[in-house]
Design a protein around this ligand. Structure first.
Ligand code: SF4
Ligand code: SF4
Length: 438
């Protein structure tokens, strides 16, 4: 069977980011498939775990992909410090001339798509562009693992994620998609009262509450005190952020000097955006619209700014306003020259951990996976990928089995199929989710 149909039927979306549907991504014309195994967010380890424990399944998926994409070379990109992972990868890579290893330094954000493509090709994707502009498609390790499962007839119903921070049992968890965070955190054992919770990693993750559920894109759950350095800024409102920026930004330019996209040569200078919003100079559209090319990596906010300000949060806010008003990035075309200073401005991963007080949580054995968690009830969101929500194909009261299709992507749209993650009965369907209980 056509591999794209297998991927589409299994509901596979990018497991490492915005959840772009994989069958659409692979329809493009490309000659480099870059496997992102950088795992650069501090405290998250599930991709490393998957390589160490499921390499056969991952490389089986790659072999099959290479059959269907004859002109493609695969670049497996991981950090040179991951000795255990490299020991697993090397024998597979050495026996196939179409596989190459790309070694990354221990810096952040090594796993940013633009950065990883730069490391593979030596070229910078233009601002507002895509890896495809340089003939690349980037996929996360877990996406490949899911393709391996689909080749064995298993659609995406489970998720690997890291739970870390103020919990008794930090580690890798394999859970049914749709499991509530509250239930998961009960398993992990929160050891503080009134915690703050991040979905994702400490740098790019989103502040959420425990009513959230696991999605195909959930890479991790981090728990800490609200006063913890990785939490404090996330808990401020946009109004508070703007007010503090107006009174405290010294225009020191550190945020720009360390900005990962500025260093790739992009016309993004967060200190100018901060100046513009601080002085209410909303007429400086060219400066403000550069927020559209911010990756939200968090370096400016959580590492660079000596005043504890939030350029990333302000960029995110501006992006929403600009996108809601139909403003698109209209930058230059063609490739961009990285700035000369890029080579000595990498932000060391260890320094981020120290600065954000994360080292105390960086100590679990990634092989100690916790038991599979399959709860009594799951809430399966209809939009857990880029594009349009999936359309239910079941009704309230239907009995369903784990792995059964419950919602499909609308024909002709960007979307993905959705499958039940447990055996049970459909309890409710609304515009956001299908709830299934045992
Ligand atoms: S690093 Fe902070 S203080 Fe300096 S320009 Fe940027 S936002 Fe302003
Ligand atoms: S979050 Fe900050 S450092 Fe990262 S790309 Fe955006 S402006 Fe640059």
């Amino acid at each position: 069977m056509d591999i794209l149909k297998i991927i589409k039927d299994a509901g596979i979306v990018g497991a490492g980011g915005a959840g772009f549907p994989t069958h659409i991504k692979y329809k493009a014309v490309f000659d480099k498939l870059v496997i992102n195994a950088a795992e650069c967010e501090p405290l998250l380890e599930k991709d490393l775990y998957l390589i160490e424990t499921n390499a056969d399944r991952i490389f089986n998926a790659l072999d099959r992909l290479l059959e269907d994409f004859p002109g493609v070379t695969v670049y497996f990109a991981t950090k040179e410090k991951y000795n255990n992972v490299l020991a697993v990868l090397k024998p597979y890579i050495e026996k196939n001339p179409r596989l190459e290893l790309t070694l990354l330094g221990d810096y952040y954000p090594a796993g940013d798509e633009f950065e990883i493509v730069y490391q593979v090709t030596g070229k910078s994707i233009p601002p507002g562009g895509l890896p495809l502009d340089l003939g690349c498609v980037v996929s996360n390790v877990e996406t490949l693992y899911n393709i391996g499962c689909a080749l064995d007839g298993k659609p995406v119903t489970q998720k690997y994620l890291t739970i870390n921070g103020e919990v008794d049992k930090p580690g890798i968890y394999r859970v049914a998609i749709g499991t509530g965070f509250r239930e998961l955190l009960d398993h992990a054992g929160i050891r503080i009262g009134d915690p703050a919770i991040i979905e994702g990693g400490p740098m790019m993750g989103e502040y959420v509450d425990d009513s959230e559920v696991v999605k195909k894109t959930t890479a991790g759950i981090i728990v800490a005190e609200k006063e913890h350095p990785m939490m404090k800024l996330r808990l401020l409102s946009i109004e508070q952020n703007l007010r503090i920026a107006a009174s405290a930004c010294t225009q020191c330019t550190f945020c720009t000097e360390l900005c990962s996209r500025y260093l790739l040569g992009h016309p993004l200078e967060p200190h100018k955006i901060m100046r513009s919003v601080s002085h209410s100079s909303y007429s400086e559209l060219a400066i403000l619209s550069s927020a559209l090319i911010c990756s939200e990596c968090g370096v400016c906010e959580l590492y660079a700014c000596p005043m504890g300000l939030s350029p990333r949060t302000i960029n995110k806010h501006l992006k929403e306003i600009l996108q809601n008003n139909g403003v698109k990035w209209e930058g230059q075309e063609g490739t961009t020259e990285p700035r000369a200073e890029k080579a000595w401005r990498y932000v060391p991963g260890d320094r981020i951990k120290t600065r954000l007080r994360l080292t105390e949580y960086d100590n679990f054995d990634i092989k100690s996976i916790h038991q599979y968690i399959s709860p009594e009830k799951v809430v399966l969101k209809l939009l857990q990928h880029s594009g349009t929500p999936s359309v239910p194909v079941v009704e309230v009261g239907d009995e369903v089995k784990a792995g059964q299709l419950i919602a499909e992507y609308p024909a002709g749209e960007l979307g993905a199929n959705l499958h039940s993650s447990i055996d049970g009965t459909v309890k409710s369907i609304d515009k956001n989710a299908i709830t299934i209980a045992k």
